[in-house]
Design a protein around this ligand. Structure first.
Ligand code: NDP
Length: 319
């Protein structure tokens, strides 16, 4: 039994854990498949307030974790694979079938990088195709790589890859960019980066050697205006086209929008299920920043704490 179960361990989850545990509540946080969340696969975070000179993503998350633990929050390196939110207290089941009973639940499961779904993508994933430059960039020293996308992630990944790669080509499906001016300008100013606009990847092409090891060698590109296709040599392709909220566990249980972002009520973090709150990228399709995730984690903890306070008698008698 725990007062608050928090599912997800990014800035939202750990901030919720910090606030709730500091308020004297018993907090259990489930770290999930990617402890620390998306910031653990990024490099330098320059825009998290309080770090004048920037901070490395994994280091920032370790600080989040330690700060929450300092006030008694407990992290479990487990993934919740089933939830029963039909009655209170709620029951959360991990991948080993072990149950945790919680008076309130905070969902902070974040989001995951989207893929193109083009032919060969899954086949060459890890063999030249990647969705994480900071994870895999090192393997492309002196090679020619492509980054797909026109947002901040694509610009950031392209810049990062120039530390290793000989050349980086940004492939974007139209002429206007979603990326912020500063990130776009930084990419444009980088002599190793070139742009291919109105272009998308139709197919990832490669070879398999005698030992059965696959390797990406080409991309089949398509001009989105003329539909003309061409093959280009490519040692690596990084897909950087946005993210999908990690909310499938709650499909049919918690109200979501068409894309899968959890819908919260009004200005708060309450979901359609009383006692279940949502924060961070799992419910934010607009801002998706570490600082906004942390802010909404704080809100979820306060909302949950107030709700528990109001409902405490009811919960105690119903156990
Ligand atoms: P965005 O949604 O902002 O951009 C996604 C890009 O991928 C768009 O250019 C989009 O094209 C393109 N795209 C989407 N689907 C496809 C597809 N099927 N085929 C080809 N191209 C596709 O996602 P980001 O991950 O870049 O950014 C998300 C949020 O995170 C933003 O708010 C961003 O500011 C923030 N961020 C901030 C960073 C920082 O400040 N350091 C770093 C990284 C992200 P189109 O424009 O045509 O739709």
């Amino acid at each position: 039994m725990t007062d608050i179960a928090i599912i997800g361990s990014g800035p939202a989850g750990f901030t919720a854990a910090l606030y709730a545990s500091r308020a004297g509540l018993n907090v259990t946080l489930f770290e999930g498949a990617q402890p620390g969340g998306q910031l653990t696969i990024t490099t330098e975070v320059e825009n998290y307030p309080g770090f004048e000179h920037g901070v490395m993503g994994p280091e920032l998350m370790e600080i989040f974790r330690k700060q929450a633990h300092r006030f008694g929050a407990v992290s479990k390196y487990e993934t919740i694979s089933n939830v029963d939110l039909s009655k209170r207290p709620f029951v959360l089941t991990n991948e080993r079938g072990e149950e945790t009973v919680a008076k309130a639940v905070i969902v902070s499961t974040g989001a995951t990088a989207k893929l193109l779904g083009a032919d060969g993508e899954s086949e060459y994933m890890g063999f030249g195709v990647s969705a994480c430059a900071t994870c895999d960039g090192f393997f492309f020293r002196g090679l020619n790589v492509f980054v797909v996308g026109g947002g901040d992630t694509a610009m950031e990944e392209a810049n990062y890859l120039t530390r290793f790669a000989e050349s980086v080509t940004i492939v974007h499906r139209r002429e206007e960019f979603r990326a912020s001016k500063i990130m776009l300008e930084r990419a444009k100013a980088n002599p190793k980066i070139t742009f291919m606009l109105n272009t998308t990847v139709d197919e990832y092409i490669g070879v398999t050697n005698d030992n059965g090891i696959k390797k990406l060698t080409h991309l089949r590109l398509r001009n989105t205006l003329t539909n003309e296709t061409s093959n280009v040599l490519a040692d690596g392709a990084f897909v950087a086209i946005g993210h999908q909220p990690n909310t499938s566990l709650f499909t049919g249980l918690i109200d979501m929008d068409d894309v899968g972002y959890i819908v919260t009520k009004g200005k708060g973090t309450a979901t359609n299920i009383e006692g279940v709150f949502a924060c961070g990228d799992a419910q934010d399709s607009v801002y998706r920043q570490a600082i906004t995730a942390a802010g909404s984690g704080c809100m979820a903890a306060i909302d949950a704490e107030r709700w528990l306070e109001a409902k405490h008698e009811l919960l105690v008698t119903s156990y």
